[in-house]
Each structure stands twice: as structure tokens, then as C-alpha cells.
Design a protein around this ligand. Structure first.
Ligand code: S3P
Length: 747
């Protein structure tokens, strides 16, 4: 929203504004600017005498002129708000008048024809004509419906041409922004295509469907039983027929184009129904549902940005509290990603339970949907993946967007390197800074063709059609993502592909491949696959994520009188470093009810408050606790004495530089925390409150929420929106457990 919105100007910025056509849109434009005092005079003109009278009576304009010539005399800005097919005649009349330096602009829903008409009647497109289109309207019409706030938080698209006078463009932009509109600039042709698809086609379908049903002889019967679906889908068939007939005639070309595309999609749906092709139907419906939810989120976020003027989600963590009860944290992120990847490449239908419905894992689902895999859900942690086999993926329609998820990007690059089609992988600002050469380099050695941005950063463009060759790779860093990437590439590479790791890293890929019936040889620190086998669909139960449980392990340990039971947590030995480190610090943690579920060990973890002491963290535990260090640093800050971490330079290339960002935050809270190139030294001590920054890193945001349990004053944590990537219900669960953290503005 512009800062000038709804603020009455001290001095008008326009002399005389003339609005031609005093309907809903023209009237609202005139009225809004008049109320803001942005024009010295607002003059109206309409062919209908009653509309002219009403416009003056209702305060829409200062006065109305009786002729077009009289209206335009001395005008500084002329807004053309007549129906789109009347525009040609109006422009021809204007071309005969002396308009001086007046800026012309319009509100037509199709721009190509306005520009064509203006160019014809004026000889060429006038430099001071700024074509525009406010995307705002309602089923109401006429000057009596004019509202000064109609355009607030609505998009207005201006479509300047190459020769458009920048000063004229700036002025029109400013007027719309003053009315509270969200103004964007676009090319004429692009505008017409976008509007044909998003507005004109749906209207055509709604009008068409209602008419088609209404003219059948059994129509009364149909309408009597027409319930929500019919009502929702056809609401817009109540719009003004004359206006819409104008729009279709004006935007003929773009509408035909989008209609033809839609017709062929509709034919494909018809064929699917005819042939009883359930998978095809399910594919279209699940993709559409996911896309609809995605759009709703984008729209909701826009509203949020409008209201809050920024997208900074702030957590306010109040001091004190202790934890109690049984808690089940969401599903394991690493296993959730892999369940979709392997389920998609398997033959048959894989059922997943306990799936993490966080943004990262959802990005993986979307990626495979983009490549033609039918995936139902997630619904309360259940996902059904209709596998397409190792060679069944289809080229995605465009770049694959992976949000914040490094795991998605690194693992996908391995299996995409071997597909017959090209792909581009992109991500958000944080992911776009993360190093990808660690996967690109060994994949190239296997024969992959991969382009990266500068310094091996995303986006990655992966060229299809390469025959990969198996190889042995000695990983320079302990990374499960690199290992998994190469093993996935190895499913397609000739011969054997083996990876040796310098220290144990999570082995979910190896375990799950076996769960899908694909042989994996593990010999000490080397894992090997060879091509030529297949994946067979299976049932996967995702345990709760130990990385999410870690926040509550530390929280319960540091807050007096706490006693919690964390249910059904994955305790794969490549992930339990956090338990070992906390125990070395003196934590009271016991594993109960240990069992194995779908190839992964699981336990209920009981944690009671304990006095912690500082330690030298054994380096061999670093890869086994790699995601838990932010919250372990909070444990160290609450421990007696010094904690030292070494050999953890990987922390600098996670979702944020976790060494620096945690050191900065801890220092703000009064804790001595000295970053080193590969670790940190933290002196336990009294912790105050203050403002800290999560830098969009989910685990930093949650770690400082835990810190508040022992702080003497509130901690305000900025930039927390990405908590939704791994732990969407964190605040609710934290509150239930006894923590005092909530989103600012929330309860
Ligand atoms: C992951 C591996 C780890 C971890 C990440 C998830 C995985 O990354 O930090 O959150 O699922 O394979 P690295 O392999 O880069 O250490």
C-alpha cells in the first residue's frame, strides 16, 4: 500500500482531472481522487444526462460538462472510463480536439485494441497516453455504486509503450497509488494474455455453462438440485453481459489462444472419463488442488504484506515456564523427502504415514507433481504416491521451485542428471546462496551436464539425455545430501556407484532404498548401488523428527521442574548425536519403548530438568547432530562453564551461517559466545532479553524461543516465517508444553 493512501493532500498535484464515463470505475476514480484533494478540479462527462446529475449530487465530481469539448478544455489528466467498444469512437472524437499537454489514460480490460485504436486515430500512439487497467469491479454498476475506496489493495496494471512519456507514466502511477492500488507495469501483449487466462476464460466458461444447462428441457430439475459447486463456479455469470461481450470482442486473439489450450485439456479429461483412466483424473485433480492451495497462500501472504508493510514474522518469547506432558512432534524431514522421491520412482502405489506437512517436504511433492507423478495428500500426514517407475518422469512445465529446501535441491539434482529431459532448479533467497558445487562436481565426473550460477550457487540447470557412468567418490565433507544425491544418480549410471564418507552421516537413503527392494551394499563407510534393479512400492511410516524433538529436549533440560515424554521419535544412530551431547552435559534423558518401524529405530524419549555443565563437544559427534547445534548452543549458554565446538564448519553453509547468527544472538542476550572458523566457544551464564534475528533460518528461530525459558526478559525474534519449513505447528506445541512463545500480534 502506498504511504499516500487515504492521506488528504495539502496541495493538489494535478490541475484539472477529467473523467469521461461516470460508471462504477470512472466514478470511483473521480470520487477517490476528489476526496484526497489531489486535483484542483474534478470534471466529469457522460453521455447519459442522469449520470451527470447524479455524479454532482453524490460528490463524485466537482462539476459535469455538457460536451466532450467543454470537458477536455484545460484538462491536465483525462481518464477514459467508457465501455471498451465505445473507446474507438471516443478516441476518434478526442483526436479532433485540442488537448494541449493533457495526459490520457484509460481503464479498459483489454489493452491491445485500445492501443491499436489510439494509434489509428492519432496517427501514432500519443506519447502522453498511458494505457491502464484496474483489476477491481463488482456485480454492481453505475455512478450510484461509485466508492472512493474501490481500488484499495487491488492491482492496477499500466501497460506503457516504448515511446510513453516517463513523466506521464509516473503521474498516472502516482494517482492510482494514492487510491491505495498496488500498481504494476506490464507489456500490452502480456497483459492481454494474462487477463484472457485469469479473467476472460473463467467468465466465458461460467456464462457458457449456465446457458448450456439452462436451455436443456430438464433445466428446472437441474437448477433445483444445483448445490454449492454450481453456485460457486457460476457466480460470475451474473456479471454485465454487455461489458463482457465487449471484452471478448476486444481481446479476441488472446482469448482464442487460451481457449484453444483449454479445449485440448478438456478433451484430454473427456478421454480420461471415457476410458475410465482414473490415474489421469486423479493427476489433474490433485495437481489442481495443490495449485489452488498454493495460490490461496500467495494471495493470503499478499494481504498480510499489505497490512503489516513487511513479511517479518516476529516471535515474542516471554521469560520463564517449565515443560510437562506427552508431545508428538511432526514427521522426520529427511525421511519425508525420501518417501516422495523413492515412492515416485517406484512401481506401484506407496502409502506414507506421519509425513511432515512442512514447506520443504511440500516442495518435494510439488516437484514430482510437476514431473507428472500423481500424489494424493498430504492429509493428516497421509500421502499416497502413484509411482511411475525409474523411467516414468515427465519434463516439468517450467523451472522447479524448491523454496528453502537444500535437501530437495541436492537429492533431486542426482536423479535429474540422468533423465532424458532438461530441468532448472531454483529456490528462495537463502537456498540461492547455498553451495551446489558439492553435488555438481561429482555428478559431472559421472557424465552429467550441469550449469550453476556464480560460485556454484543455484539456479541449477541440468541437461537431460546424458548416459551417466558409475564411479567411486571419496566425499571431502560428511554430507548425507551429497551421498544420497550420488546414490540416486547411481540408480541410472552404468556399473557401480559407490560413495565413501569421512564420518558417518544419516543413512535414510540406504535404508529406504532397501525398503523399496533396491539392493544397497554398505561396507564400513562406503555405500554402493548398481543400476539395473527396480523400486517396488511399499508402506512407509515416518517417525517424529529428532531434529524437531531436540528443541523440547533442550527446553525440558534447562527449565526447572520439567518432565516431558517425546513420543515415537526416530533414533537412527546417525541422528542421535544430540542425545549423546546433552547426556555428556549432564542431561536426564531416557529412551523408552524402543522398537523398529519400517526399517528405522524409534523410541519415546523422556527428558527431565537437569543442571547442565559445559563440555568440549567430541568432534566425531558433529555430523550426528549437525542440525541440532543452534539449540545445543542454547543448552551451552544455560550450562555451568565453557562449551567448545570444533570441526563444524558445515554450520556456516546451512540455511544461514549458524555459527555467526547464533553468536550474534547470544551476545545480544548477554552471553559470551566467540565464533571460530569451524565452531564456537560459549561461556554459560545469566541470560537477558532483547531483539535477535533468525535470518529466515527455522532452527535459529526455534532455538531462541527455547532460550526464553531461562532469560530474565522477553526475547523478540525477527524473521521467523520459515519455521513452517520444518515445524509448522511449533508455536501451538510449544505453548501446550508450557513455553511462553507466540507470534507477535497473535494470542
Ligand atoms: C540432510 C542432511 C544434512 C542436514 C539436512 C538434511 C538430509 O545436510 O543438515 O538438514 O536429509 O540428507 P548435509 O548433508 O549437507 O550435512
Amino acid at each position: 500500500m502506498s504511504e499516500t493512501t487515504a492521506k488528504v493532500a495539502d496541495v493538489p498535484i494535478v490541475g484539472r482531472l477529467v473523467v469521461i464515463g461516470l460508471g462504477l470505475i470512472g466514478g470511483s476514480f473521480a470520487k477517490g481522487l476528489r476526496e484526497l484533494n489531489l486535483c484542483r478540479e474534478v470534471v466529469g462527462f457522460d453521455l447519459d444526462a442522469r449520470s451527470r446529475e447524479l455524479a454532482v449530487e453524490l460528490g463524485v465530481v466537482d462539476r459535469c460538462a455538457d460536451t466532450l469539448e467543454e470537458a477536455c478544455a484545460g484538462a491536465e489528466v483525462i481518464q477514459l472510463a467508457v465501455p471498451i467498444l465505445a473507446m474507438e469512437k471516443l478516441l476518434a472524437q478526442l483526436a479532433q480536439l485540442e488537448l494541449g499537454d493533457a495526459v490520457l489514460t484509460d481503464v479498459g480490460s483489454a489493452k491491445g485494441n485500445v492501443v491499436r485504436c489510439a494509434s489509428t486515430v492519432f496517427g501514432s500512439m500519443p506519447q502522453r497516453f498511458v494505457p491502464g487497467h484496474p483489476i477491481a469491479g463488482s456485480e454492481q454498476s453505475g455512478v450510484t455504486s461509485a466508492q472512493s475506496k474501490l481500488f484499495r489493495r487491488h492491482k492496477v496494471i499500466l501497460t506503457p509503450l516504448e515511446n510513453t512519456d516517463p513523466a506521464a507514466l509516473a503521474l498516472v502511477h502516482r494517482l492510482w497509488a494514492a487510491l491505495g492500488a498496488d500498481v504494476e507495469h506490464m507489456e500490452v501483449r502480456h497483459h492481454d494474455e494474462v487477463l484472457a487466462a485469469t479473467s476472460h476464460l473463467p467468465h466465458l466458461l461460467a456464462f457458457g455453462l449456465v446457458d448450456s444447462l439452462a436451455k436443456r428441457h430438464e433445466n428446472l430439475e437441474i437448477f433445483r438440485y444445483a448445490a454449492g459447486g454450481f453456485r460457486d463456479f457460476t457466480r460470475i455469470a451474473g456479471s454485465d453481459p454487455v461489458m463482457w461481450h465487449d471484452i471478448f470482442l476486444a481481446n479476441r486473439e488472446a482469448v482464442l489462444h487460451t481457449l484453444d489450450d483449454f479445449r485440448s485439456d478438456l478433451d484430454a479429461l473427456r478421454a480420461a472419463v471415457d476410458e475410465g483412466d482414473g490415474r489421469k483424473l486423479l493427476g489433474v485433480f490433485t495437481r489442481a488442488k495443490a495449485a489452488r492451495e498454493h495460490f490461496s497462500k500467495i494471495l493470503a501472504r499478499r494481504a498480510y504484506v499489505d497490512v503489516m508493510h513487511s513479511n517479518d514474522l516476529i516471535f515474542l518469547a516471554n521469560p520463564g515456564g517449565s515443560l510437562a506432558g506427552r508431545l508428538r512432534v511432526p514427521g522426520d524431514k529427511s525421511i519425508s523427502h525420501r518417501s516422495i522421491m523413492l515412492g515416485s520412482l517406484a512401481e506401484g502405489t506407496t502409502e506414507v504415514e506421519g509425513f511432515l506437512e512442512g514447506e520443504d517436504a511440500l516442495a518435494t511433492i510439488q516437484a514430482f507433481r510437476d514431473m507428472g507423478v500423481v500424489i494424493e495428500g498430504p492429509h493428516q500426514g497421509r500421502v499416497t504416491v502413484h509411482g511411475v517407475g525409474l523411467h516414468g518422469l515427465k519434463p516439468p512445465p517450467g523451472p522447479i521451485y524448491l523454496g528453502n529446501s537444500g535437501t530437495s535441491m541436492r537429492l533431486l539434482s542426482g536423479l535429474l542428471a540422468a533423465q532424458p529431459f532438461d530441468t532448472t532448479l531454483t529456490g528462495d533467497a537463502s537456498l540461492s546462496k547455498r553451495p551446489m558445487n558439492r553435488v555438481a562436481k561429482p555428478l559431472r565426473e559421472m557424465g552429467a551436464v550441469i550449469e550453476t550460477a556464480t560460485d556454484g550457487r543455484p539456479p541449477l540447470t541440468i541437461r537431460g539425455g546424458q548416459q551417466l557412468v558409475g564411479m567411486h567418490y571419496d566425499m571431502p565433507m560428511a554430507s548425507a545430501q551429497v551421498k544420497s544425491c550420488l546414490l540416486l544418480a547411481g540408480l541410472y549410471a552404468s556399473g557401480q556407484t559407490s560413495v565413501t564418507e569421512p564420518a558417518p552421516t544419516r543413512d535414510h537413503t540406504e535404508r529406504m532404498l532397501r525398503g523399496f527392494g533396491y539392493p544397497v551394499k554398505v561396507d564400513g563407510s562406503t555405500a554402493t548401488v548398481e543400476c539395473g534393479h527396480k523400486l517396488t512400492a511399499t508402506h512407509i511410516e515416518v517417525p517424529a523428527d529428532i531434529s524437531s524433538a531436540a528443541f523440547f529436549m533442550v527446553a525440558a533440560s534447562i527449565s526447572p521442574d520439567s518432565d516431558v515424554l517425546l513420543e515415537h521419535v526416530g533414533i537412527n544412530p546417525t541422528r542421535t548425536g544430540v542425545i549423546d551431547i546433552l547426556k555428556l552435559m549432564g542431561a536426564d534423558i531416557t529412551l523408552e519403548n524402543q522398537r523398529e518401524v519400517g526399517g528405522e529405530p524409534v523410541a519415546d524419549i523422556r527428558v527431565r530438568a537437569a543442571g547442565l555443565k559445559g563440555i568440549d563437544i567430541p568432534e566425531q559427534l558433529v555430523p550426528l547432530a549437525i542440525d541440532e547445534f543452534p539449540v545445543l548452543f542454547i543448552a551451552a549458554a544455560c550450562a555451568e562453564g565453557r562449551t567448545t565446538l570444533r570441526g563444524a564448519e558445515e554450520l556456516r553453509v546451512k540455511e544461514s551461517d549458524r555459527i555467526q547468527v547464533m553468536a550474534d544472538g547470544l551476545q545480544t542476550l548477554g552471553i559470551q559466545a566467540e565464533p571460530t572458523p569451524d565452531g564456537i566457544v560459549i561461556e554459560g551464564g545469566a541470560m537477558g532479553g532483547g531483539e535477535v534475528w533468525a535470518h529466515g533460518d527455522h532452527r535459529i528461530a526455534m532455538s531462541f524461543s527455547v532460550a526464553a525459558l531461562r532469560a530474565s526478559a522477553p526475547i523478540r525474534i525477527h524473521d521467523c516465517a520459515n519455521v513452517a519449513t520444518s515445524f509448522p505447528n511449533f508455536l501451538a506445541l510449544a505453548e501446550r508444553a508450557g513455553m511462553r512463545v507466540h507470534s507477535e500480534g497473535g494470542s
